[in-house]
Ligand binder design. Structure first.
Ligand code: GLP
Length: 244
């Protein structure tokens, strides 16, 4: 879907999420959301906060699972995705802390495999992801599934691509200071969501979006795996659509 601008996309996607939450609330059921970080979803989170404040959108039955976290990373560091999510969304809506899940970037290395297996299990126990929100890296990564990530990959420790670390340099005060690894949901974890929405805005995403839509599904560009999903929508603004 091509939209005029990023705000229009934020409103459309927030309205879809809100409708899902309201429907589930009316049935007394939970809504399981897979959430993303980065600049792209900030407007969408702002809109969800507005819907909570102004229209009483009730997050008390929402269960969230974030895609990824840097490793190593302390949760209270301002560069962490923990911090990002609380700052942009969780501190402003009524989702109970016990229903928030974000990969733990502060585990000892030998605890990571068990943590990742438990993360997958918790998603299953919650009933699976109803809705997965995605941004995209300039190299086509989703979450931190960098090029080379397999279709059947699961939550795991990943090595970050040079492009990804270069793009994050500004947040860390230099490329050398960007963590070399991350914990990320896998491609298979993402594809099991019943609904997926990827948002790409701004001219920096135009080249990769052309490739995502016109290349066969493969690990070379992990976002192409969305072509295999029955209920995925990609929203681009006119800037990200420029070279399509
Ligand atoms: C990071 C995140 C991704 C996100 C990407 C793009 O790499 N792990 O989930 O999609 O950044 O970020 P932005 O939206 O700032 O372009």
């Amino acid at each position: 879907v091509v939209a005029e601008n990023a705000q229009e996309i934020a409103q459309t996607v927030a309205a879809e999420i809100a409708a899902l939450i309201r429907e589930r609330n009316a049935e007394g059921r939970s809504t399981v959301l897979g959430l993303a970080t980065g600049n792209t979803p900030i407007l969408l989170y702002r809109e969800l906060v507005r819907l909570h404040r102004e229209e009483g959108l009730d997050f008390s039955r929402v269960i969230t699972f974030n895609l990824d976290e840097y490793y190593p990373m302390q949760p209270d560091s301002s560069q962490s995705y923990h911090y990002f999510m609380h700052h942009h969304l969780f501190d402003h809506v009524n989702v109970p802390a016990s229903q928030i899940h974000i990969p733990d970037g502060f585990l000892s290395r030998d605890a990571i495999a068990d943590f990742c297996a438990a993360y997958e299990q918790k998603i299953q126990q919650a009933g699976g992801l109803d809705f997965q929100l995605l941004g995209i890296g300039e190299n086509g990564h989703i979450g931190f599934n960098e090029p080379g990530s397999a279709r059947d990959s699961r939550t795991r420790l990943v090595r970050l691509d040079a492009t990804t670390r270069r793009n994050a340099a500004g947040d860390f005060g230099g490329e050398d200071l960007v963590p070399r690894e991350a914990i990320s949901m896998g491609v298979a974890t993402i594809l099991e969501a019943r609904r997926i929405v990827l948002i790409a805005t701004g001219s920096k995403k135009a080249t990769i979006m052309q490739k995502v839509l016109h290349s066969a599904a493969s690990s070379d560009i992990p976002a192409t795996f969305l072509q295999l999903h029955e209920n995925a929508t990609i929203y681009v603004d006119t800037a990200a659509h420029a070279s399509l």
